[in-house]
Ligand binder design. Sequence first.
Ligand SMILES: [Zn+2]
Ligand SMILES: [Zn+2]
Length: 543
Amino acid sequence: MSYANAGFGTTDYSLWDEDEKPAEILDEMDFEDLQLDTGEEEIPAAPRPAGLKHLVRMGTCNHCLGRVGGKKRFGQNFLESGIEIRSGVIESDSTMDSARENEPLCPFCENLFEEAPLLAQIIHEEIGEHECDRLQLGARFPKDQTEVEDHLRKRFGAGGSAALKTSLVEEVAAQLRAIDSNVRLVIDKPQILALIDVLTLTVDLDIRSHYIYGRYRKLARGIPQTKWPCRACKGRGCRKCDGTGMQYDSSVQGLVGNPLLEIFGSREHAFHGMGREDIDVRCLGRGRPFVIEMKKPVKRNIEESVMMAAINDTADGQIEVTDMRHSNRSEVVRVKDTPAEKSYTIRFRIEAASQDEMKELTKVLEIPKEDKRGRNRRRQRRPHPNSRKEEAKAEVDLSTLSKAELVAICEEKELPKSGTKGVLIERIQNYSEDTLPLPDQAHVLEIMQKLQGCTLAQRTPERVAHRRADKIRRRKVMQTTGAKVEVGKDGIMYGEFSLRCESGTYVKETIHGDGGRTQPSVASLIGALCTVEWLDVADIHAD
Ligand SMILES: [Zn+2]
Ligand SMILES: [Zn+2]
């Protein structure tokens, strides 16, 4: 058998490797017949008595003796088993009593197991005040150390012996339980991961974020959802932002997260919303679901009512949170990926359109070929309002006319006759010969009601084109409610209604038509220009 004659170091030890060869075959082999050259290779693996004796002679510590000796009894730990094996070996050969003095460094663990109580103490102190219901331990070994140990264990240890890394971690865990009987050790989804570096005998704590779910109502306009760094200084702090580094004084994220910083002992938070509303849009109804992430928290077990009170008391009516509960990382993904139907309430101004504007609002909706790749898409701007003013002014100076004369002009041109002199003048100035008549109120009302069940074709609006692909999406208006039309004190017609839309509908565009990029739109259906006055998210139909 050629392998048997090879010297130590070159032989592959498969002969004794019980991971590869069943024990029965090994037992049947006649070791006397092998006639090995070197003393070392004659040594059988544990748990044979000669193997155990060799382990002791090598300077193996009691932990490793128990771990690789293969004689562990039920209920015994490695240390107890190792002590028993050693005393058995010494009983048959008393010279083995001084083995550890002769070889003081355990060849398997380099005496790491003796450091387990110290490591447990370090972890205990590092965690300190941090609340932790789920602690996971890990260890970082130099690769060559684990390779040498693996090799040695397969050569001299009993088959199926536990590996160094997991055994050391288990021992540290046992020592930790001795210090703190309440510690809860887990093997996944930890709140804190303590990573032992065996080379330096230090511990790195990875304190995982704490997640809280809730819903927010945004009751004031002008508040962005997340923190916006100042445009001028990009967050460094400058005169424009009063050194805050922020573009806006507050954000939903800040109003929710900042009061929680002290409560959780965190220094930072991250915000994950189920979609977002524009800065000038309120969010009412049951509010928008979100998950707030508190980074590196000291406290975790906080009553929900305490969190909500802290937020709502400091928000001063700008926002309001409800339904808060403790959550987890996977809910962030769920919240971000849930497509939710939403209801909006919207108010818009209705003004006469010119023939050209109407043509644009109702033109064939398609993505021009040359535009598909190009980044320089340019919207065909409608004529500047001033250009029509200039025309009207050229004819006659309206300010010299009496109110009665102005009313007469309005009557003639079928324009509304209400309002002050100034309003009338502006209205006449904005009028041009190709202006279409305003629709009557009953027709506008009917269109708003008939939008229910309608499927819209929406080409990506210009305002988001820089971050979304230019394509045409189909979105359904599920329901419209509360439609009303009125002429305001300014003599202008206003429409207002609520609509429930499929997730991903561009709502403002549904009203004004986005220059024909959304079809149909309220504007194209009533044949007039519509300008959104304000918009509220009335409800988010999710959770
Ligand atoms: Zn050892
Ligand atoms: Zn700044």
